[in-house]
Ligand binder design. Sequence first.
Ligand code: SF4
Length: 499
Amino acid sequence: MTGARRHAPVICVALGVERRALRAARTAVLRVGMGPRRAAATFRASGGLGGRPVLVAGVGGGLRADVHPGDVVVATEVRGPDGSVRQCPSAPLLAAELRRFGLVTHLGPIASERRVAGRAARARLAATGALAVDTESIWLAPTQAPYAVVRVVVDTPEAPLLRPGTAARGLRALRTLRVAAPALDAWAAATGPREVRLANPRSFCAGVERAIDVVDRALDRFGAPVHVRRQIVHNTHVVRELEAKGAVFVEEVDEVPPGSVLVFAAHGVSPAVRAEAEARGLRVVDATCPLVTKVHTEVRRHSAREATVFLIGHADHEEVEGTLGEAPADVVVVEDVAAAGRVVPRDAGNVAYAMQTTLAVDEATAIADVLRARFPEIQAPKSDDICYATTNRQSAVRDIAAGCDLVLVVGSTNSSNSLRLVEVAQREGVPARLVDHAADVDLSMLVGVRLVGVTAGASAPPTLVDELVDCLGGLGPLSVVEPATDPEVLRFTLPKEVS
Ligand code: SF4
């Protein structure tokens, strides 16, 4: 066996019909025979499959009521009858790939039994949380190499084997397996050793931690529901978790029942929104980041002396909406260098500029340079409006990007600072993608990618980065490096209503 072939992934199936269903697969398919004895013998005879990445595929039995014939189950772990457990860390990536092929795919534990599980055994296994059962997978788990298990469900507690319809369900399962073949190939092609460079710092900033804490404490203090205007921070996972605890997210104040508790999100609101909440008799808790509040204060100060304020930022961003609302007659949003070259103030001798806190530092600086050149008298912010967290994360991603084959930025699509991290990495000449979570990583992105930079926007939970790194570790040996840097120590005090 050549060196390359020794490490080539292999798809293991029990039955000839499963091998035929996967005949279009580019990955080698090995028929190991049915049941633990044959699977174990094949594994031994091949010297543990030569340390190759192993993907066990084929049909299996469903255990849970919501797992139907024809559905696919991808194992997060495989449990043996002797209590042994083998983890499958890349399962979320494989499940997402199967869903991209239109397959109904569940993610959860699979149990391997010594014989075909009868009704009582299935009930026992279902009670442990397992989604499917087979008779081979645990005996084919390599000691070190990547391992994944995919089962297409033929029979379920409601549609057991040896009943009319089994043959039809079997054919349907084999058709599903055929459809799954390219996804299995994608997993196999993405396996291999990798290095991950973690940007430092990354993920939550002080303003985001404070905003989440505000909602948590408001729920504790006032009880559910606590209403929140707009997303508390721009991250779908944070919002979902708070919803599960009793937070109710609304677009506008008029959706909140009078007398309720309303939290303003970290991006800030205009005075008009505050006035509306007061008129409605709402108990307001303000989670606006103090660094956003600082920009509001600057704008009010310039407006009080009747200056035109150029607000460098994205007009459709909630933070800019809120800041603009401080002095709509005096603020002009400037989105790019071209706009900076065109804007006309009331009085060229009485102008100032401010910035959205989450811009790309280099782009915002270029816009400010144009304004300064056109209006030498312009008043600049006392300290940078682009906040420390945005600046630090952009500098950190720039530090790790050089030499990477790919940079993955964890963050939601409406997160301005996450999008800027993608752009910063791309400007370093590196392909970069925004992913909401690990399952957003298309396996094809990882083929041939050996050095991956990973970072996260200021609104993305650090656990999502951990999950992404775990998934990558499920595709092969992974070394993780993280440059040392001084920790961010800034913390903000909480609003008095929840402190
Ligand atoms: Fe505050 Fe900056 Fe975090 Fe926005 S990114 S919440 S401005 S610290």
